[in-house]
Design a protein around this ligand. Structure first.
Ligand code: PHE
Ligand code: NA
Length: 452
């Protein structure tokens, strides 16, 4: 047990940590990305691999991140440096923190563009512009938005400012305040939407699409995407959960807490899928439509339902909130690092970092218009950043975190924080030393050397 606290502050209680970490986890990854990548990868088999990754790889790594942060009470780079020193390991492991900060910056740059789309949709749902649209019209409206850099820039800028303001206000006044209000509201709205989806008449089709486990549909590439998404959706592999863990109260059980966060995140993703796919099937739309899936299908559905204008607006408000609490957590580890390492004021660090990510975001929003011919390995900037962060950088960060926690940190120190029963600790330890890194390495190997 240690009595250290982070200079950034601490969460008021175990539940606040759960809500804040869930706020980080539940985001565009669940409501926007999960349904469309499930659609692109054929549904059921993909969902099954995704669930296995969450349970076997994601949860154990999340435990590692929380205990590393909580033991050191510092930003990820310094936390790993301290723990390495305590266990007589190499300081070089702190490269994990550095790579994590880079991942956070790169993710933010496309995340805030999508956050901007959501803000735009709040507006057009509120004004009723989308009432009664057909799926063709909704598709054209989304396409039109992507072709309009000025509008995209406006919303991307607003989203970036909203995020920086909260990070600048700090752990308690900023992140905790937003969390307390927004997270409960998110759950209520999601349930209302699910209730609506159950009445569309195609709920069974949506259900079958997601839970019909057909293994012949599985490819290494979709396994990689499932694995990468399990890191992305749980905010793992880049230090976010480590930073949030460094503000966690000492007495709370890490195992139970992490299971709760993982379960909530998974629940939201599944509910989002079960809310979206029935709408897709009842309107004869294509489940593999890609990133526009949510932005095209939902306006159609809301445009037809009673009180659609109200529910549609509320829904996009809540997607916006989910995106907002996640975006905040993308910046927090780096801001904590800048404050602790270079003694910067939080305000200065937040604004400085904000300007960098905002600028990178412009390259992402340009992917759909003025920069559409700039490509990396055949992908535009937006897709490329999404791909390398989720599918390569986060899994790589995850391997390194698990190797560090399993091989470098002394068992005694890990157990000090985790306080697991002997059997469970062994399982966790095996997962850190072998299962998680090997699983990730295999999938990455087949990504680089495709079978066919
Ligand atoms: N977990 C968030 C989501 O699902 C994204 C995220 C990734 C946030 C990594 C922080 C760190 O949308
Ligand atoms: Na998520």
């Amino acid at each position: 047990m240690n009595n250290k606290t982070s200079i950034q502050g601490s969460w008021a209680s175990r539940w606040i940590f759960i809500l804040a970490a869930t706020g980080s986890a539940v985001g565009l990854g669940n409501i926007w990305k999960f349904p469309y990548i499930t659609g692109e990868n054929g549904g059921g088999a993909f969902v099954l691999v995704y669930l296995a990754c969450i349970l076997l790889v994601g949860i154990p790594i999340m435990m590692a991140e929380v205990f590393i942060g909580r033991r050191a009470r510092k930003n990820p780079i310094n936390a790993i440096t301290d723990l390495a020193a305590e266990s007589a390991g190499s300081k070089s492991w702190s490269i994990i923190g550095l790579m994590g900060m880079l991942s956070g910056v790169l993710i933010f740059s496309f995340y805030s563009v999508v956050g901007g789309w959501v803000l735009h949709y709040i507006k057009i749902m509120l004004t009723g512009e989308m009432l009664g649209v057909t799926s063709e019209q909704a598709g054209a409206a989304f396409g039109g938005l992507l072709e309009d850099p000025t509008t995209l820039l406006l919303w991307h800028t607003l989203f970036s400012i909203m995020t920086v303001v909260v990070v600048a206000a700090g752990v308690n006044k900023g992140i905790e305040t937003v969390t307390r209000v927004m997270m409960p509201a998110l759950f209520v709205l999601l349930l209302i939407l699910l209730g609506y989806a159950m009445t569309t008449g195609s709920f069974g089709d949506g259900w079958n699409f997601m839970f019909h486990f057909d293994f012949s549909a599985l490819t290494w590439n979709s396994a990689l995407i499932a694995l990468g998404h399990s890191f992305f959706t749980l905010s793992l592999g880049m230090g976010t959960i480590m930073a949030y863990g460094s503000y966690m109260t000492q007495k709370a059980s890490i195992g139970k807490t992490v299971l709760t966060i993982g379960a909530l995140d998974t629940l939201v993703a599944l509910v989002a899928g079960l809310a979206i796919f029935p709408i897709i099937f009842s309107n004869n739309m294509d489940p593999g439509a890609g990133p526009g899936l949510m932005f095209i299908s939902l306006p159609v559905a809301f445009g037809q339902m009673p009180f659609g204008q109200l529910f549609g607006t509320l829904f996009f408000v809540l997607v916006g909130v989910a995106a907002w609490t996640s975006a905040i957590s993308l910046l927090e580890p780096t801001v904590a690092f800048l404050v602790e390492k270079f003694k910067l004021k939080r305000l200065t660090a937040s604004i400085g970092l904000g300007i960098i990510v905002w600028g990178l975001g412009i390259a992402c929003l340009g992917s759909f218009n003025f920069m559409s011919d700039v490509t990396f390995f055949g992908k535009n900037t937006f897709d490329f950043l999404d791909y390398i962060t989720a599918n390569i950088m986060l899994p790589l960060g995850g391997i390194l975190i698990s190797l560090f926690a399993g091989w470098v940190v002394k068992d005694k120190f890990a157990q000090d924080e985790l306080q697991l029963s002997d059997g469970i600790f062994k399982l966790w330890n095996i997962s850190m030393k072998y299962t998680a890194p090997i699983a990730v390495a295999i999938v990455l190997y087949f990504l680089i050397n495709p079978l066919s």
